[in-house]
Design a protein around this ligand. Sequence first.
Ligand code: G6P
Ligand code: MG
Length: 215
Amino acid sequence: MIKAIILDFDGVIVNTDPFHFNSWKKVLRYYDIQIKFSQKDYNLIKGFSRSVSLNKIIQSHDLQGINSELKSKILQKKNNFFLQSIKYISKENLIPGVEEFIVNNKGIYKIGVASASANATFILDKIGMINLFDVVIDANITNKKKPNPEVYFKCCEKLDLSPKECVVFEDSLNGVYASKSGGFVTYGVGNTEIKDDVDFFITNFLDFKLNDINS
Ligand code: G6P
Ligand code: MG
Protein backbone atom coordinates (compact mmCIF):
# COMPACT_ATOMS: atom_id res chain seq x y z
CA MET A 1 0.00 0.00 0.00
CA ILE A 2 1.40 3.39 -1.01
CA LYS A 3 1.65 5.78 1.96
CA ALA A 4 4.07 8.42 0.72
CA ILE A 5 4.94 10.54 -2.30
CA ILE A 6 8.63 11.38 -2.71
CA LEU A 7 9.56 14.08 -5.20
CA ASP A 8 12.90 14.93 -6.72
CA PHE A 9 13.44 18.71 -6.56
CA ASP A 10 15.13 20.10 -9.71
CA GLY A 11 12.86 19.57 -12.72
CA VAL A 12 10.03 18.00 -10.69
CA ILE A 13 9.10 20.74 -8.21
CA VAL A 14 10.97 23.77 -9.58
CA ASN A 15 12.19 24.27 -13.14
CA THR A 16 15.78 25.09 -12.13
CA ASP A 17 17.38 23.44 -15.18
CA PRO A 18 17.74 26.69 -17.20
CA PHE A 19 19.51 28.29 -14.20
CA HIS A 20 21.88 25.32 -13.77
CA PHE A 21 22.57 25.15 -17.52
CA ASN A 22 23.35 28.88 -17.76
CA SER A 23 25.55 28.80 -14.64
CA TRP A 24 27.63 25.98 -16.11
CA LYS A 25 28.01 27.90 -19.39
CA LYS A 26 28.94 31.07 -17.48
CA VAL A 27 31.56 29.38 -15.29
CA LEU A 28 33.19 27.64 -18.27
CA ARG A 29 33.46 31.02 -19.99
CA TYR A 30 34.72 32.67 -16.77
CA TYR A 31 37.65 30.21 -16.54
CA ASP A 32 38.22 30.40 -20.29
CA ILE A 33 37.47 26.71 -20.77
CA GLN A 34 36.77 26.69 -24.46
CA ILE A 35 34.28 23.93 -25.10
CA LYS A 36 30.85 23.94 -26.65
CA PHE A 37 28.48 23.15 -23.80
CA SER A 38 25.08 22.46 -25.32
CA GLN A 39 21.69 21.62 -23.84
CA LYS A 40 22.48 18.03 -24.81
CA ASP A 41 25.67 18.14 -22.71
CA TYR A 42 23.68 19.50 -19.77
CA ASN A 43 21.06 16.74 -20.10
CA LEU A 44 23.83 14.17 -19.62
CA ILE A 45 24.81 15.61 -16.22
CA LYS A 46 21.29 16.44 -15.05
CA GLY A 47 20.57 14.86 -11.66
CA PHE A 48 24.23 14.31 -10.75
CA SER A 49 25.81 16.26 -7.90
CA ARG A 50 27.82 19.38 -8.73
CA SER A 51 31.25 17.76 -8.41
CA VAL A 52 30.29 14.60 -10.29
CA SER A 53 28.86 16.88 -13.01
CA LEU A 54 32.18 18.71 -13.33
CA ASN A 55 34.10 15.44 -13.52
CA LYS A 56 31.78 14.27 -16.30
CA ILE A 57 32.32 17.52 -18.25
CA ILE A 58 36.10 17.13 -17.86
CA GLN A 59 35.99 13.51 -19.02
CA SER A 60 33.65 13.96 -21.95
CA HIS A 61 35.53 16.98 -23.33
CA ASP A 62 38.93 15.52 -22.61
CA LEU A 63 40.01 18.55 -20.58
CA GLN A 64 43.53 18.13 -19.29
CA GLY A 65 45.12 20.52 -16.85
CA ILE A 66 42.17 21.05 -14.53
CA ASN A 67 43.73 20.19 -11.18
CA SER A 68 41.84 19.73 -7.93
CA GLU A 69 42.48 23.31 -6.82
CA LEU A 70 40.95 24.69 -10.02
CA LYS A 71 38.11 22.17 -9.74
CA SER A 72 37.07 23.49 -6.34
CA LYS A 73 37.25 27.08 -7.60
CA ILE A 74 35.04 26.19 -10.56
CA LEU A 75 32.53 24.42 -8.31
CA GLN A 76 32.29 27.31 -5.92
CA LYS A 77 31.99 29.88 -8.71
CA LYS A 78 29.35 27.77 -10.49
CA ASN A 79 27.28 27.77 -7.32
CA ASN A 80 27.77 31.52 -6.87
CA PHE A 81 26.54 32.12 -10.42
CA PHE A 82 23.60 29.77 -9.77
CA LEU A 83 22.66 31.53 -6.51
CA GLN A 84 22.88 34.95 -8.21
CA SER A 85 20.67 33.72 -11.03
CA ILE A 86 17.92 32.41 -8.72
CA LYS A 87 17.77 35.62 -6.70
CA TYR A 88 14.24 36.28 -7.93
CA ILE A 89 13.07 32.69 -8.25
CA SER A 90 9.43 32.30 -7.26
CA LYS A 91 6.40 30.08 -7.60
CA GLU A 92 6.30 31.21 -11.25
CA ASN A 93 9.18 28.77 -11.79
CA LEU A 94 7.25 25.77 -10.47
CA ILE A 95 6.56 22.76 -12.68
CA PRO A 96 2.92 23.26 -13.78
CA GLY A 97 0.41 21.85 -11.29
CA VAL A 98 2.93 20.61 -8.73
CA GLU A 99 1.83 22.82 -5.85
CA GLU A 100 -1.84 21.83 -6.27
CA PHE A 101 -0.78 18.18 -6.53
CA ILE A 102 1.11 18.42 -3.23
CA VAL A 103 -1.60 20.37 -1.43
CA ASN A 104 -4.33 17.97 -2.63
CA ASN A 105 -2.42 14.90 -1.45
CA LYS A 106 -1.16 16.31 1.85
CA GLY A 107 -2.82 14.48 4.72
CA ILE A 108 -3.65 11.50 2.47
CA TYR A 109 0.00 10.64 1.80
CA LYS A 110 3.20 11.73 3.53
CA ILE A 111 5.15 14.03 1.21
CA GLY A 112 8.96 13.99 0.94
CA VAL A 113 11.70 15.55 -1.17
CA ALA A 114 14.86 13.67 -2.18
CA SER A 115 17.38 15.84 -4.03
CA ALA A 116 20.96 15.65 -5.31
CA SER A 117 21.21 19.43 -4.96
CA ALA A 118 22.66 21.22 -1.95
CA ASN A 119 20.28 24.10 -2.66
CA ALA A 120 16.92 22.30 -2.54
CA THR A 121 16.02 23.18 1.06
CA PHE A 122 17.16 26.78 0.59
CA ILE A 123 15.03 27.28 -2.54
CA LEU A 124 11.94 25.59 -1.05
CA ASP A 125 12.24 27.96 1.89
CA LYS A 126 12.79 30.96 -0.39
CA ILE A 127 9.63 30.30 -2.42
CA GLY A 128 7.57 29.63 0.72
CA MET A 129 6.92 25.91 0.23
CA ILE A 130 9.14 24.24 2.83
CA ASN A 131 6.24 23.68 5.25
CA LEU A 132 4.37 21.53 2.74
CA PHE A 133 6.81 18.65 3.23
CA ASP A 134 7.08 16.03 5.96
CA VAL A 135 10.74 15.51 5.13
CA VAL A 136 13.35 17.11 2.86
CA ILE A 137 16.61 15.26 2.18
CA ASP A 138 19.14 17.15 0.09
CA ALA A 139 22.85 16.84 -0.74
CA ASN A 140 23.86 18.38 2.59
CA ILE A 141 22.62 15.24 4.35
CA THR A 142 23.67 12.41 2.02
CA ASN A 143 27.09 10.82 1.45
CA LYS A 144 26.41 8.98 -1.77
CA LYS A 145 24.78 10.92 -4.57
CA LYS A 146 22.29 9.82 -7.24
CA PRO A 147 22.36 7.44 -9.15
CA ASN A 148 23.01 5.80 -5.76
CA PRO A 149 19.61 5.28 -4.04
CA GLU A 150 20.81 6.56 -0.62
CA VAL A 151 18.86 9.83 -0.79
CA TYR A 152 15.63 7.91 -1.42
CA PHE A 153 16.37 5.39 1.34
CA LYS A 154 17.09 8.23 3.80
CA CYS A 155 13.83 9.88 2.87
CA CYS A 156 11.68 6.78 3.46
CA GLU A 157 13.61 5.93 6.65
CA LYS A 158 12.73 9.37 8.02
CA LEU A 159 9.11 8.71 7.10
CA ASP A 160 9.38 5.32 8.80
CA LEU A 161 8.25 3.56 5.63
CA SER A 162 9.72 0.99 3.23
CA PRO A 163 10.44 1.69 -0.48
CA LYS A 164 7.39 -0.42 -1.40
CA GLU A 165 5.22 2.06 0.49
CA CYS A 166 6.45 5.09 -1.47
CA VAL A 167 6.02 6.38 -4.99
CA VAL A 168 8.78 8.51 -6.53
CA PHE A 169 8.62 11.33 -9.10
CA GLU A 170 11.81 11.95 -11.10
CA ASP A 171 12.86 13.81 -14.24
CA SER A 172 16.48 12.77 -14.85
CA LEU A 173 17.88 9.43 -15.94
CA ASN A 174 20.33 9.43 -13.02
CA GLY A 175 17.47 10.03 -10.62
CA VAL A 176 15.44 7.23 -12.20
CA TYR A 177 18.41 4.85 -11.78
CA ALA A 178 18.51 5.87 -8.10
CA SER A 179 14.83 5.29 -7.44
CA LYS A 180 14.46 2.12 -9.54
CA SER A 181 17.54 0.49 -8.05
CA GLY A 182 16.11 1.31 -4.62
CA GLY A 183 12.91 -0.57 -5.46
CA PHE A 184 10.57 2.44 -5.73
CA VAL A 185 7.62 2.67 -8.12
CA THR A 186 8.70 5.57 -10.32
CA TYR A 187 6.82 8.21 -12.28
CA GLY A 188 8.81 10.09 -14.91
CA VAL A 189 8.00 13.80 -15.20
CA GLY A 190 8.42 15.93 -18.33
CA ASN A 191 11.64 14.54 -19.77
CA THR A 192 10.63 12.20 -22.61
CA GLU A 193 14.17 10.70 -22.69
CA ILE A 194 13.31 8.69 -19.55
CA LYS A 195 9.95 7.37 -20.79
CA ASP A 196 11.20 3.81 -21.33
CA ASP A 197 12.93 3.60 -17.94
CA VAL A 198 10.01 4.52 -15.67
CA ASP A 199 6.84 2.73 -14.55
CA PHE A 200 4.55 5.63 -15.48
CA PHE A 201 5.09 8.92 -17.27
CA ILE A 202 3.42 12.34 -16.96
CA THR A 203 4.22 15.55 -18.83
CA ASN A 204 3.52 17.68 -15.76
CA PHE A 205 1.11 17.66 -12.78
CA LEU A 206 -1.75 19.58 -14.38
CA ASP A 207 -4.91 17.53 -13.87
CA PHE A 208 -2.85 14.56 -12.63
CA LYS A 209 -4.43 12.52 -9.82
CA LEU A 210 -2.91 9.57 -7.95
CA ASN A 211 -6.36 8.01 -7.58
CA ASP A 212 -5.78 4.44 -8.60
CA ILE A 213 -2.40 3.73 -7.05
CA ASN A 214 -3.78 1.64 -4.18
CA SER A 215 -6.61 -0.09 -6.00
C1 G6P B 1 20.21 18.59 -9.37
C2 G6P B 1 20.18 19.00 -10.82
C3 G6P B 1 21.58 18.95 -11.38
C4 G6P B 1 22.54 19.75 -10.53
C5 G6P B 1 22.54 19.15 -9.12
C6 G6P B 1 23.56 19.82 -8.21
O1 G6P B 1 20.33 17.23 -9.26
O2 G6P B 1 19.32 18.15 -11.57
O3 G6P B 1 21.57 19.39 -12.71
O4 G6P B 1 23.83 19.69 -11.06
O5 G6P B 1 21.24 19.24 -8.62
O6 G6P B 1 22.99 20.76 -7.43
P1 G6P B 1 23.72 21.92 -6.62
O7 G6P B 1 22.58 22.90 -6.44
O8 G6P B 1 24.17 21.33 -5.34
O9 G6P B 1 24.82 22.45 -7.45
MG1 MG C 1 15.73 16.38 -11.23
